[in-house]
Ligand binder design. Structure first.
Ligand code: AHR
Length: 666
């Protein structure tokens, strides 16, 4: 057996520490206690593993929610427009308040914004171009195009005069055309026209130019999509971004926010009904992250929500990747960090009706009012929604009052839907305690806790849920991320998240669900960091935190196993265990957040027979190790065979690592 790799000086100090210290026993659920190290154990310090992990493999405890590990999507950091939503043209409908934002016009005298008889009431503005005017769209920090792929161009158009021809060019970073097409026949009524472009080169920062010759044309909804979207759907999602989500095998997908739900003022809130039906009929609004961090230099004047990725696409995405939908709705409160605007309690009905209608849209019969809208959009079958969030990060009595009204109606009409209630923006303090007490009284189903905190907080909260009252609401760790001082997405952050996640797992009887936040960030257009996944116009990259999420979600098991971890007091070493009864495996997750490799003895109690298993290890050169878009797998899990010959075995856990051991056990 080997032991902690320490230099001689450290060894003496370590032994002395062990003499005087206690062993911390971290057990399943609530038992965290210390006991004095006895001399005989100490005598063997030099030869024995310093950490003992005891798992009662034959005593499965709480069932693990199959949807426990999920994701939280919000249109922040260009997550939807400019991200997951594959549209490449920014401000395609000239509805930004600065109607030509994102566009460059070659000749101002031949281009004008008009609003007479638009093709859709939701898109009241359009552009009129006369021969030989051209306009160029810059995309969302450029447009990523690949030379071996097809791009679908479309536009609404009508002739004003002459016999105009529309030329379409993809422009490379050097200003040259890298792909072109022409549309010749237009009529005097609005109609959608299409063309295909095949770029001659791959270009992460292309632009789109449209030029009118031989007449005057009105144009609107000028759009360019890769043909290869997720499942090749028109108006679809970026395939690589969905794939990296699908690779997480998320149990649920919380959507659309986040603060986005609340709005800075109520008129800026997210209204799901404005995000369904024909995409041309979806009215654009300003994205709150446009201005939120402008004072920190992280505003984005060109950040709007087109809702091309709306609630239908959201439910469809959930279905595609096997995630339960968890929509969050505004509860009659604008963001309390901003206006804090409130809908008076006697005027809350339309908000509650929105919730009822959403349930009908998701689950109702195709003959029902909202179910028929879903069916008309191509999905007659229900989406099987079981969860609904009332408000995002609300706090105070105002929230309790509004939640109570929502809950009264929703529980009466839809007892099958579990409601997620807010616990405010912080994981402790007056607001948090107040809400928990009130939500307990109201018999809430699930309470959503948020924690953006430094690694130390994560380590000291590993046992947070051990002591939670089991008789009250369940917990949803709905938004969390470890924030190192530099806000880097590094190994240190990821390891501290993994540590707390072992605590979630040991307490899976009360912690029903958990999600990191935020999910996506565009490398050239982010407002908030750290984030789980970074993208540019052509690439995606999972952070070390992403791989931690993946280690847990792909090794979720179905029942918690009792575990005791005996480690020297203060040692940042954590473990949890579950059983996967489908394949008869014990899954042990171990976080060694110490700077030394640690040898542990693992005992699988109640096991008669074991066989070779699998070890998946996530570690890096140092705590600041990170992934980049050029080197996306620098910190990523490595899997190897795990030799296990008996129910008690030893294993060496490298410094700063997260390990998942899967052991076939009978
Ligand atoms: O995840 C980013 C933001 O953090 C969310 O919008 C909000 O809920 C929280 O404050």
């Amino acid at each position: 057996m080997t032991h902690m790799t320490l230099n001689p000086g450290e060894k003496i100090a370590s032994v002395a520490k062990l003499w005087t210290s206690a062993l911390l026993v971290q057990s399943c659920r609530s038992t965290v206690f210390a006991f004095t190290l006895i001399a005989s154990t100490l005598a063997s310090t030099a030869a024995e593993p310093q950490i003992q992990i005891t798992i009662q493999a034959d005593q499965p405890g709480a069932k693990i929610n199959p949807a426990m590990w999920g994701v939280f999507f919000e249109d922040i950091n260009f997550g939807a427009d400019g991200g997951l939503y594959a549209e490449l043209v920014k401000n395609r409908s000239f509805e930004f308040p600065e109607a030509l934002m994102g566009w460059k016009v070659s000749d101002q005298t031949k281009a004008s914004i008009q609003s007479e008889k638009p093709f859709s009431e939701a898109q009241p503005h359009f552009i009129r171009l006369s021969s030989a005017a051209g306009i160029v769209n810059e995309g969302f920090r450029g447009m990523g195009v690949r030379n071996d792929e097809t791009y679908n161009f479309s536009t609404q158009a009508r002739v004003v005069e002459g016999k105009p021809v529309l030329r379409i060019d993809l422009i490379g970073a050097g200003g040259q055309s890298i792909g072109s097409a022409e549309i010749k026949r237009f009529g005097s009524d609005w109609k959608q026209h299409t063309a295909k472009l095949r770029p001659s080169m791959t270009e992460p920062k292309a632009q789109l130019q449209v030029t009118v010759e031989g007449g005057t044309l009105d144009l609107d909804m000028i759009s360019l999509f890769p043909k290869k979207t997720w499942k090749n759907r028109p108006n679809g999602l970026r395939a690589d971004m969905v794939q990296i989500l699908a690779d997480l095998k998320p149990g649920f997908l919380r959507f659309p926010g986040g603060c986005i739900v609340e709005g800075r003022v109520l008129t800026n809130r997210y209204e799901w009904k404005n995000t369904i039906g024909d995409v041309e009929d979806r009215k654009l609004i300003m994205n709150r992250w446009n201005v939120e961090f402008a004072n920190r230099g992280r505003g984005a004047k060109d950040y709007y929500q087109s809702f091309g990725l709306g609630f239908f696409e959201y439910f469809q995405l959930c279905e595609d990747i096997g995630a339960q939908p968890l929509p969050i709705l505004n509860c009659g409160m604008a963001c309390q960090y901003n206006s804090g605007e409130l809908v008076p309690l006697d005027q809350l009905d339309p908000y509650i009706q929105d919730a009822l209608d959403l349930i009908e849209f998701a689950n109702g019969s195709p003959k029902s009012k909202w179910g028929s809208v879903r069916a008309a959009m191509g999905h007659p079958k229900p989406f099987n929604m079981k969860l609904l969030g009332v408000g995002n990060e609300q706090w105070g009595q105002q929230y309790v009052d509004r939640y109570a009204l929502f809950a009264k109606v929703l529980k009466a009409k839809h007892p099958e839907i579990e409601l997620v209630a807010a616990a405010g923006p912080d994981p402790s303090g007056e607001r948090f305690d107040f809400l928990w007490a009130k939500l307990r009284e109201l018999n809430a189903d699930i309470v959503d806790e948020h924690f953006y905190r430094p690694p130390d907080w994560f380590f000291s909260n590993v046992n947070r849920y051990d002591k939670y009252d089991r008789s009250g609401p369940k917990v949803f760790a709905g938004e969390y991320a470890s924030h190192v001082r530099s806000r880097a997405n590094n190994l240190e952050a990821a390891i501290s998240e993994a540590a707390v996640m072992t605590g979630f797992e040991r307490n899976a009887d009360i912690v029903r669900m958990a999600a990191y936040a935020p999910l996506f960030a565009h490398i050239d257009a982010w407002q908030w960091n750290p984030d789980l996944i970074w993208v540019d116009n052509l690439r995606v990259m999972g952070t070390p935190s992403y791989y931690v999420q993946q280690l847990f979600s792909r090794n979720r098991g179905d029942a918690v196993l009792p575990i005791e971890t005996q480690a020297p007091t203060g040692a940042r070493f954590y473990a949890s265990a579950v059983r996967d009864s489908k394949v008869n495996e014990v899954i042990v997750k171990v976080v060694n957040a110490t700077t030394n490799s640690v040898d542990a003895s693992i005992n699988l109690g109640g096991v008669r027979k074991v066989s070779a298993g699998k070890l998946t290890l996530l570690t890096g050169e140092n705590l600041n190790a990170q992934n980049t878009l050029d080197n996306p797998k620098q910190v990523s899990p490595v899997t190897q065979k795990l030799e296990v010959r008996s129910a008690t075995f030893s294993h060496s856990f490298p410094a700063n690592s997260v390990s998942v051991l899967r052991i076939p056990a009978k």
